[in-house]
Design a protein around this ligand. Structure first.
Ligand code: CDP
Length: 196
């Protein structure tokens, strides 16, 4: 079968990860959460450019990568063009994996895989996203909302590969949707274009 790539982009805690996982399981695609690459670079410390150039499987399996701190560190190293450049080839190779691939991130449909067969932009209001993230991490919900807004501003405002929907992306706003409904919507968009 020819390669088939699904690109899923969107802001923090919009539901990209869950949608990516379910889509991968349902269609038999490989799944790459590209945020983990940036989280691993941020968590590794030291010079971010050398860290990005020498990432290992072990760096990607650290248990602290899902924390709010790791998310903030990721969005800071993600501003650096040399960091982004060091991660491009790995992501593009993954995208052409035999049997199909789904990648979720911020710039998959715009920069990494502009030729992706399906592009989804998954979003929700900052309040809804902060509430979902707060259910996972706890602490102060107001603080989580402030961090979500801060990260959105950094990701959307950066010069290199800013977060935005590709012109040909299907937008799924999950603000008033259950995650199951969002997954079904994503699967129906993919099913309409996926032919073996
Ligand atoms: O899980 P969540 O949506 O909170 O974040 P993530 O997808 O793990 O991404 C963490 C950070 O990495 C983002 O805030 C971006 O700054 C950066 N990132 C990026 O620049 N490009 C990507 N393709 C993926 C993540």
């Amino acid at each position: 079968m020819a390669a088939f790539t699904v690109a899923i982009d969107g802001p923090a805690a919009a539901g990209k990860g869950t949608i990516g996982r379910v889509v991968a399981a349902r269609f038999g695609f490989q799944h790459l959460d590209t945020g983990l690459l940036y989280r691993a670079v941020g968590a590794k410390g030291g010079d971010p450019v050398s860290s990005a150039r020498s990432l290992t499987a072990e760096d990607l399996s650290r248990s602290d990568l899902r924390s709010m701190e790791a998310g903030q560190a990721a969005s800071r190293v993600a501003l650096i063009p040399e960091v982004r450049a060091a991660l491009v080839e790995f992501q593009r190779r993954f995208a052409r994996a035999e049997g199909g691939a789904v990648l979720d991130g911020r710039d998959i449909g715009t920069v990494i895989c502009p030729e992706a067969e399906v592009k989804l932009y998954v979003t929700a209001s900052p309040e809804v996203r902060a509430h979902r993230r707060w259910l996972e991490v706890g602490g102060s919900e107001a603080q989580v909302l402030a961090e979500v807004r801060e990260r959105d501003a950094r990701d959307m405002g950066r010069a290199d590969a800013p977060l935005r929907a590709a012109a040909d992306a299907v937008v799924i706003d999950t603000s008033a949707m259950t995650i199951d409904a969002a997954v079904e919507r994503a699967c129906s968009v993919i099913a309409a274009r996926f032919r073996i």
